[in-house]
Design a binder for this molecule. Structure first.
Ligand code: SF4
Length: 155
C-alpha cells in the first residue's frame, strides 16, 4: 500500500483511494500444506487507464513484503537453557566484553552471515572484536537466538 502510494505520488497520477483486499487459504496435497494469498487492488475514483493499472499491479508485486512472502520462508525456533552454561569465552575491546558460551551456540550462523567482519568461524580467534563499531557488534549480539552471545559494557 505504501509502495503504491509513493509510486502514484511520484508519477503525479490522480488516485484518491487505493483499496487492497487480501484472501488467505490453505490447500493440503500429499501431506504438504500450501498457503495461498490472493491480493485484489482497486482504485475507486482514479483516472487510470488499463496500462497504468497494470503498472500498479507490477509495482505491488515488487514491494519488499511481497518478495519476502513469495520467497522461501524457513521458521527456525530456538530456546534458551540457562542451566547449559558451562564455559564462557571473552573478547574485549575498549568499550565492551563479548561473552560466547559454546554450549549455548546452536550454530544458527546468524552472527557469521550478518556480521562476517567480526564473526568468522575459520579465523582464530573466531570473534574479531575490532572488526566493527561497538554499537554494531552489540546489535548483532542481541540478535543471537540462543543467548550464546552476550556482552558486558565496561564501566
Ligand atoms: S548467532 Fe548465536 S547461536 Fe548462532 S552461531 Fe552465532 S553465537 Fe551461535
Amino acid at each position: 500500500m505504501i509502495t503504491l502510494r509513493m509510486y502514484v505520488e511520484r508519477k503525479g497520477w490522480n488516485v484518491p483511494h487505493i483499496i487492497v483486499n487480501t484472501n488467505l487459504w490453505q490447500e493440503k496435497k500429499e501431506e504438504v500444506m500450501k498457503t495461498i494469498i490472493d491480493r485484489d487492488l482497486q482504485f475507486p475514483g482514479a483516472e487510470l487507464d488499463a496500462v497504468q493499472k497494470d503498472r500498479l499491479l507490477e509495482i505491488a508485486k515488487a514491494c519488499p513484503i511481497s518478495k519476502i512472502l513469495e520467497g522461501q520462508i524457513n521458521v527456525r525456533s530456538f530456546v534458551l537453557h540457562e542451566e547449559d552454561i558451562e564455559e564462557k569465552i571473552k573478547y574485549s575491546n575498549n568499550d565492551i566484553t563479548v561473552l560466547w558460551k559454546p554450549s549455548f551456540c546452536k550454530h544458527s550462523a546468524r552472527c557469521v552471515s550478518q556480521l562476517p567482519e567480526v564473526f568468522d568461524v575459520k579465523a582464530r580467534p573466531w570473534i574479531n572484536i575490532e572488526g566493527a563499531a561497538t554499537e554494531r557488534i552489540i546489535e548483532q549480539v542481541n540478535r543471537c537466538p540462543t543467548g550464546a552471545l552476550t556482552y558486558l559494557k565496561k564501566a
